[in-house]
Design a binder for this molecule. Structure first.
Ligand code: ARG
Ligand code: ZN
Ligand code: CA
Length: 247
């Protein structure tokens, strides 16, 4: 019920060579991936194991639209995670526009994000170009993307942080919380494509490793939980930090 929340997006492509200057089609495939994942219309949604089907999120009603693609040539090789790319190319109206920088972070890092409530001058998400886009679409095999992170789930994950989601293991041991009730406690991130029944905390219930906020391969993550949806929705209320997107 109700209407969708539209998130206008500006994509800042900061490239050091021609392949990092990813195509409009690659960028659009990423936005399409976000819209599929946040509406639970992703084709792998029904891979959710039966034990989690009652707590998986449906349509979050959060949608993404490209406002503008900006392109900047820069001879710098890598940008790290210290927001240098945002200082060089500042965000535009971050209170009502999601700024995404596509720039080579380096160090094998896929992406990073700022939580709600932070400095507007550094607000947004950053992803390396080879992890920004969806190789599974028609024509996608020509994109500059690197398996097994070539289906656009890095942006799904980073935008989750931007909407206040924590990692599913709470960035700690079995007593660290992600502040979401319906995600079982986990004691560590999961990687690759784990087997059903993986459980990192005895007595805590199986890990929800197929959640977008774990660290598994793109092909092995396909759901948010209902509790995570509620936590994201709360950012659009007064004091939530993303209320400017409702106006
Ligand atoms: N390491 C990054 C982060 O913590 C992103 C992980 C994304 N995982 C993926 N399968 N694409 O924000
Ligand atoms: Zn993360
Ligand atoms: Ca939890």
């Amino acid at each position: 019920s109700g209407s969708n929340i539209i998130i206008p997006c500006i994509i800042h492509v900061v490239y050091g060579n021609s392949q990092e200057n990813i195509s409009d089609a690659q960028i659009q495939s990423q936005i399409d991936r976000l819209n599929k994942d946040y509406s639970a219309t992703n084709s792998d949604y029904d891979n959710t194991p039966s034990e989690f089907q009652s707590v998986r999120s449906g349509d979050t009603q959060i949608r993404f639209e490209i406002v503008e693609i900006k392109r900047y040539a820069n001879s710098r090789d890598t940008w790290g995670t210290n927001d240098a790319v945002k200082a060089a190319y500042p965000p535009i109206e971050p209170d009502r526009i999601l700024n995404m920088w596509v720039a080579d972070i380096g160090g094998g890092i896929l992406g990073y994000a700022q939580f709600p409530g932070g400095d507007p001058a550094t607000d947004g998400v950053v992803m390396s170009p080879q992890y920004f886009g969806d190789a599974s679409v028609s024509g996608g095999s020509n994109f500059y993307l690197s398996a097994p992170f070539d289906q656009g789930r890095t942006a799904t994950h980073e935008v989750g942080h931007w909407l206040n989601l924590r990692h599913i293991w709470g960035d700690g041991n079995c007593s660290a919380d992600d502040f979401v009730n319906d995600t079982p406690v986990a004691g560590n991130p999961n990687y690759g494509c784990p087997s059903l029944g993986t459980n990192s905390c005895s007595g805590g219930g199986n890990d929800m490793f197929m959640n977008y906020m774990d660290y598994v391969d793109d092909a092995c993550m396909f759901m948010f939980s209902a509790g995570q949806d509620a936590r994201m929705q709360a950012t659009f209320s007064n004091g939530g930090g993303r209320e400017g997107f409702l106006l």
